[in-house]
Design a protein. Sequence first.
Length: 316
Amino acid sequence: MATAPSSPRIVAGNLCLGSAPDSWGVWFPEDAHQVPYTLFLDELARAGYEWLELGPYGYLPTEPAVLAEELAVRGLKVSGGTAFGALHRPEAWDDMLAHVRQVAALTAAAGAHHLVLIPPMYRDERTGAYTEPPELTAEQWAGFGRAADRLGRLLLDEYDVRLVLHPHADSHIQTQPEIERLLNESDSRYTNLCLDTGHVAYGGGDNLDLIRRFGERVGYVHIKQMDPEVLAQVAAEDLSFGEAVKRGVCVSPPAGVPDPGDVIAELSLLDAELFVIVEQDLYPCAPEVPLPIAVATREHLAGCGLTGTRRPNHSR
């Protein structure tokens, strides 16, 4: 089990720690392999977290009053909402927007100001079958940043919610060049980055370089680590992300890459207050697995200087 360093290298006063249903093996609104939402919330509080991301829409209650009551009795608060959205498919805009509006409304009702948008994967989450080509066409890229800004402006104007786009394995925003292209072709007023340290590593990127060169675009953070040995298997065997997760690609600190202490130290230098949300992809997993991992992870991150629970300023 992971242990915390003997003393923190820094105290990251600008960072606020939280977790997410993903760390309890939750990928879908409903699935027989997932724990009930009440158990997730109970164990999240037991593990010492105060903040949570909402996860897949429909897993937690979608009626604002019901959600508020479930959170209040456990002393929990919401850092942001989570949605999938295909910005490269103009023909799917209306359906995507209807879904994102649902998430944004619930996010705003919960008092949160960030919506984490995850590009859809081009491989099926369960089977690994390719459902789209793995690279966008020039035409699709040409409209990607504009579509992100269009959505981000709508969310800001109508819900006071800020769009942060989340790089993801087996998606069209996965590698560092793809991440940089998105940032260079979008407007910081409306589109910023949810830096997912594990997915950046999965795509061969350099988290510290991204923080140093694009720190003003980092609006939200998911912190996780990947096992280099499994990443080598992904490359050698053309594994899907779902298969990589089954093989244990997502690991607890201090194992894996990147080093969370290095990430926290770099984030602490930014002139921004940020949520840092723990995510360890565990789908599927036995019900008894997540809680001890969540406790050990929180303790390790505290040893790296990440202890904050104060709500960040949501200026970006």
